[in-house]
Every structure is written in C-alpha cells, then in structure tokens.
Design a protein around this ligand. Sequence first.
Ligand code: PEP
Ligand code: MN
Length: 377
Amino acid sequence: MMHDSLSVLPIAEWGLGLRRPLLIAGPCSAESEEQVMATAKAIAADGKAQVFRAGLWKPRTRPGNFEGEGTEGMRWLQRVKDETGLRTATEVATAQHVEACLKAGIDMLWIGARTTPNPFSVQAIADALRGVDIPVLVKNPINPDLQLWIGALERMHRAGIRKLAAVHRGFSWFERTPYRNSPMWEFPIRLKAAHPELELICDPSHIAGSADRIGNVAQQALDLGFGGLMVEVHNDPVNARSDADQQVTPAAYDAFLEGLIFREAAPTADMRDRLEELRDLIDQLDEEIAQKLGARMDIAERIGDHKREHNVAILQPERWERIMGRQLRLAAHLGLSPAFVREFMDSIHRESIRRQSEPSGEHAAGSPSYADQGRDA
Ligand code: PEP
Ligand code: MN
C-alpha cells in the first residue's frame, strides 16, 4: 500500500500568533461561564499558554457522567477569545460539532482518543473540514495502534488540512503502570520517524492521570523533541466535573512550566541534526528495551520460585511454542523477519530459564533487580 507523505506547515506558520513550543491549557470540560472565565483569565495572566482548551462535548466511557455543556458553552469560549486574547480549542467528534465550532469562530480543533480509532467518524470530520483552513490536532487512539493514528492524520491531510499535529495522550493498556494511560513512547517515536515534519504535542494530563505526575511525563516528552504540551488546568480541580485527579490550578500550571527544561532543537532540514535526532530516538528505545527485558526476567524469576514450590518442571515446551507463535504473528505485522524474531526470542528464553533455575535474589551479582531500582531514576 502507498502511504501518504504528510506535508504539514510548521507551527510558526499556522498564524494566530502560535509558535513552538505550542502551549495549550484549560479545563477538561467547560462547566460554567464562571469556571471558564476564571480559569482562562488566570492562565492568560501568566502569559505563557497560547491556546485555551475546554471540552464542550465529552465522550464518556459510561453513560450518565457529565457529558459537557455542548453548544451552550460556545459563547464562553468566544468570551475567552475576546477578553483574554487566548486562542480557543475544543474537541470535535462529529460533523455537527465541526460546523458549530466553525460558526462560533473556535480557533483550533482536536480529535479525541475515542474518535481517532473510528475511520467513519474521522472521515465525517474530514469531510466537514474540506477546504477549511484551521489547525487540527489528532490525539492517538485509545488503543495502541499506530496505523489508526496515522490513518486519522492522513484523512485530515487528504481533506486539505496543513496545520496538523499529533497529540500523544498515552494508551489504555492492561499492564499496571504508575500512569493512567501508558505512555508507550515507542509509538510517537515511530510516528515521528515516519513523518519527521509532523509536530508531536504531549498531553501529560491524560497520560499521568494525577496532577503530581504531569511534570515527569512532560519533561520526557520535551527531551524527546516534542513541540508542545496540552495540559488540563482548572480553577477548582477538586470539584471538576471530569478528570478531577489530573487537573491543576493555574498557579500550579505556572509552577509546572517553570520546572520544565525546554530544549531548543526544533526539527531542521540539516542532515547532521537529523542524524542526532534519530540517534536520540534509538537511545531512548534501547533504554526501553533494556528496562522491559529486566522486568521480564524478574517475572521469570518469580515464576521459577513458584514452580519450585510446587515441584513443576522449569521448561514447559507447549507454553514456549505458544509464546513464539504469538511473537511471530506480531512480528509479521511489524515487518520484522521471522529468523530475527526466533533468534531474539530464543535468546530471551535461554536467559529466562537460567534465571528461573536459580532461586530469586541469586542471579548475576552486580545486577540489581528491576523492582529494586527507583522507577523514576
Ligand atoms: C480530553 O482532552 O479531555 C479528552 C477527553 O481526552 P482524550 O480524548 O485524550 O481521552
Ligand atoms: Mn480530560
């Protein structure tokens, strides 16, 4: 299949006074005129964010939760624009949402994580945007599927949208991590490798899921060369009607920004910089591979203890066959050669059996177990 190349404009050419790093802040949901105005005025007073975000239509996983104020809240966003000078952005999930936003003069739109995975919805939005010159941000799909993310970006691009960027908000995943949505940095990294001109914006709020963790996530994103941040900021987070745990006050947002190190390195056409950039990505991926291998070996060791307690043989060929089969299927999907995956998995298996064969805590000296290391180190 032929892939579209995404020719997008750099943020500095989006107009509206926008620039890199693109800083977007505002409440998860627009809840009332007072809440919107109080939050926007405080954000504007700090003078750092360029765009005010607020959800008017909230896609809720279960019915019965606060579903947003809808078009009623549109007027509040217009007031924000008129009275604070901040640009405005909201989530759209249908062609009707798009039309309402265009009519009200909303400056920027984003497609949410529950909409990106549905090609019909994304195409309906793209059709409504054909011929319209407005910046659009596409959040990653809620499930870790790079193709769906790229597909949604391509649909926007085919509709003529050139002020386009991707928002990384983490992935819903069964593995327990300290975060609400697993960052799985390899996905935005692979997106960037496929489309180097496309800016990545990080939404640390939905990744972290708690106000005290957004700083770490945002710094990691900046270190990876992300071009902006979208953060949930609420004048009264405790009483927020959605995502209360992860929202921060305007004052805390200001402190959060102060605590971050913004790197200059904007993407450049220069070959040397590009090489450096790609090498940084490789280093980051290698580190993640090492961490995951460490975690895998720790678990193998625990399984070893368990098998020993219950007098079960360490080597269980049927189980290994199943693992290998699954990896080979996955590999075919990812374009990895079967020979490489066999060799790699066999080598992991050998080490795993070695670790299972010795009681925990007795593996190679000088290699502290993954669990012993500070997770944020
Ligand atoms: C949001 O931005 O408030 C939101 C609903 O985000 P996501 O689509 O990433 O879950
Ligand atoms: Mn939210």
